[in-house]
Design a binder for this molecule. Structure first.
Ligand code: NAD
Ligand code: 0WE
Length: 257
């Protein structure tokens, strides 16, 4: 059977290990026939990302710390050389200092505030700017990952909630900019999933249990479910959708309890 994304290419930023939401997205896209470029940060993650990428045929692996503009430049130069064009960008990156993700939000330091925004928010725009010349005329799709802590107060999410609100606003402004060029921009708001970024988060188990007890589907979601929504947003079935946030959270966001 013809694969729906055969002949398409994409770049996935944010795979750390097999639990990463970025890896859920990569698997769904690769299974649909998309050729992928993976980025990693730091030598410690390189081996793991290369091992995972080897499961996706024709993929390439490149270093990219989004705080280093030359590294972002190099990623898109290499994609231009290797692929020639680009259809999809999956941005699945967030970082705040651990000490900012506990206690009262009002203690957030200026440095911690700026770092969270640099890595988790500005990086989307920085990446999109460089991807755009490769996406022109290809009906491309850009997907980022967000969390309901952008609109509701989730204990300890703190500065990341402010960053995700700015990320979702960035999605709307980018969608308005890029729509006339045929490029769509959307976010997936995922329910909590045990990933490296979620490890050591205070009371994470309690959150997971609360969702299983109250979400309409009475369960939590998986990285595979996030990946399949990414597949939808990357592919032709979502061609009329841009600038929006789709919840993949078992319906939890509709509840008032
Ligand atoms: P993860 O730890 O697997 O992925 C986070 C990634 O961010 C890692 O690969 C890490 O290397 C990367 N990163 C951090 N700093 C970076 C930098 N300077 N440059 C480049 N990359 C950098 O965790 P995850 O849960 O898969 O997170 C992916 C995205 O999903 C994040 O945006 C997160 O906010 C979002 N999200 C996660 C959940 C959840 O519960 N896990 C829920 C909703 C949204
Ligand atoms: O966006 C996220 C993860 C964000 C995150 C997590 C960490 C932990 C380790 C960003 N930076 C760091 N830095 C670290 O040093 N999620 C949606 C998962 C998450 O994180 C939380 C959550 C949930 C859910 C933090 C507090 C409360 C809830």
């Amino acid at each position: 059977m013809e694969k729906i994304l055969a002949g398409k290419t994409g770049v996935i930023l944010g795979v750390a290990n097999k639990r990463s939401l970025a890896w859920g997205c990569a698997r769904s896209l690769a299974n649909a026939g998309m050729r992928l470029a993976f980025t990693f940060v730091g030598e410690r993650l390189e081996k793991a990302v290369r091992a995972l990428a080897s499961e996706c045929s024709g993929s390439i692996v490149l270093p990219c710390d989004v705080t280093q503009p030359e590294q972002i430049d190099a990623v898109f130069e290499e994609i231009k050389t290797q692929f020639g064009f680009l259809d999809t960008v999956v941005h699945a990156i967030a970082f705040a200092k651990r000490e900012e993700l506990q206690g009262d939000f009002y203690h957030t330091s200026k440095e911690g505030y700026m770092l969270a925004h640099e890595v988790s928010v500005y990086s989307l725009t920085a990446v999109v700017r460089r991807a755009l010349p490769l996406m022109e005329g290809r009906e491309g799709s850009i997907v980022t990952l967000t969390y309901i802590g952008s609109e509701r107060v989730v204990p300890n999410y703190n500065i990341m909630g402010i960053a995700k609100a700015a990320l979702e606003a960035s999605v709307r402004y980018l969608a308005a900019d890029l729509g006339p060029r045929g490029v769509r921009v959307n976010a997936i708001s995922a329910g909590p999933i045990r990933t490296l970024s979620a490890s050591g988060v205070k009371d994470f188990n309690l959150m997971i249990d609360h969702i299983a007890a109250t979400a309409p589907l009475r369960r939590n979601v998986t990285a595979e479910e996030v990946g399949d929504t990414c597949l939808f947003l990357a592919g032709p079935h979502s061609r009329g959708i841009t600038g929006t946030t789709i919840f993949v959270d078992a319906g939890f966001h509709i509840m008032g309890t």
